[in-house]
Design a protein around this ligand. Sequence first.
Ligand code: BDP
Length: 697
Amino acid sequence: EDGYELWLRYHPLAAQQAQYDRSRASQLVADAATPTRAAARAELLRGLRGLLGAAPPLSDTVTRSGAIIAGTTASSPLIAELHLDTSKLGKEGYVIRSVTLHGHAAIAIVGNDDIGVLYGSFHFLRLLQTGQPLDHLAITEVPRVKLRVLDHWDNLNGSVERGYAGTSIWDWWKLPDWVSPRYTDYARANASIGINGVVLNNVNADALILTPAYLQKAAALAAVFRPYGIHVYLSVRFSAPIEIGGLKTADPLDPEVQRWWRQKTDEIYKLMPDFGGFLVKANSEGQPGPQDYKRTHADGANLFADVLAPHGGVVMWRAFVYSQSSADDRAKQAYSEFKPLDGRFHANVLLQVKNGPIDFQPREPFSPLFGAMPKTPLMMEFQITKEYLGFATHLVYLGPLYEEVLSSDTMAQGKGSTVATVIDGSLDGHALSGMAGIANIGTDRDWCGSDFNQANWYVFGRLAWNPALSTRAIAEEWIRMTFSNDEAFVKPVVDMMMGSREAAVDYMTPLGLAHLMGPGHHYGPAPWDTSLPRADWRPPYYHRADHQGIGFDRTRTGSDAADQYAPPIAASFNDVKQTPETLLLWFHHVPWDYRMRSGHTLWYELVAHYTQGVTDVKRMRETWQHLDGYIDADRYRKTAAFLSIQEREAQWWRDACIAYFQQMSGLPLPPGFAPPQHPLSYYESLSFHNVPGQSSW
Ligand code: BDP
């Protein structure tokens, strides 16, 4: 077991369950007349064969009780006979229904469109995989978010920015001639959780992706993905007209530039008629953009919007900007830049906003842009790869992080204006909506660098489909599909996963701290580091610790970032007593002896949280030790080894941070807490190489 099969393992079910399921999946009535329906039928056959020991026989009609019928009303006269109401399913929705056909009990999997049939087939298999009853089924599913996209930060040389699972799965050297079967497995995995878009290349984009040779390669991937309902998107470099087009400018208002992009876009759609559109990182961290020509981000985005619109494509324009020259708090800059542009973007532009105002930290408040731009569809950008959360090895289930952000109330239009309602378009009535996740996928056999990292790909897809789902329920479902249905295994592992994110917050950046990671690689603690050239790339910029206290004053007496939120939220963030303690040092600079709600001082609580993080990881390891024998030895041992790495590194984080902050505070360790294992100078002396393909900050 090397993890390659992901959550689509389809290993034999326990005998009793298999027997029950067999009688309800005794025959398969499904045609393969289109590539998507063929994929659905193949998946049902493959899944049922694996789970039940043998695939049910195929039939043209229902002849026995327990038939499974999959298709659309238009494709199947049998399904048409059912007169199901599919009017609210849209293109991607489906129903799974217990029905009677020709006197036989059957289960119908029905979509309006083929892709709904495929999604429904995966859902049906999930019912078996997770041991659900198959009687009285009345499931209706419609995705709440329209664009459910994985962003690959893959470079054309094969490296992956912030990738910890090997190199890029796109084998650009061999494409388009050699199309690895792995691409199909990738598409299956995505379709199984409803992901319908893939950005192939890094946002720090290489203009070469738009040359004919690379477009051919992209088109070969698009052809593999098409039956699975997945559209290809590309990250484009704003200056491409200069770099590969021979123009002197990339000014978005220049007619030559506009013509160049129109022709390039037409060329792309000839190769990929279902191409999704462009993702653009502009005027951010050194990338070119419209401001190089004194134009706005809206001018830049609209350039692409106009050439994509005739083809039905969209622009995903990133809001991740913070200027080299601005002295303003980095956390404020995206809002300052984009809020005034609300209403200035053309209809097919989505603004892609990272979940927090800085950069994928273990914990941040939600970005103040959510709720602040009602005239613009805002797309969520989550990071699935764990750039700031322990790379491949640390077991950190990101479900709770995503859920915390999605369920945050922006109060933009009164109570209940959650981030989820902003990004699914319902709060402001946008038909266009989207959620993107930075992929954690690479050439490692297990795809994601660890078995548990697969859960983060999985939970992202499930939440993009429905941001209101419980991430605990998703964790349970994933465990059952990936490992085992044995309750004695499932229960402790769900608890371990659900607690893992808070553990990481505690041993890395508790109480609202952020960005204490080592420079460039972001591996391990370096709260002391000032080696990078920009102030806002240095940890001390974020923690602001000195002899008196610690934390970033973002209230009215400081940078006033708190006032970027809707008034009731701003009021609580401005008030040290009302700010949740989980975000205390994000918004406030407080003295070391500040009294926390527990009655202890801040210094005490800081040490206690760091210590708690290590204790929690120890407990995770113990939990795992008790689970030996419930799953295969291969995956058991790998997770065990990774947990021991995590425990050691949690200790390293704790000790290094406590040693450093103690030097700042000058205070003795509170009684009962162990001193760091080494002096501060030891932690400061550790250094690491950056991984190839990374940005250097
Ligand atoms: C940061 C990463 C950097 C990315 C950048 C981005 O450190 O590698 O290029 O975000 O999102 O998280 O553009």
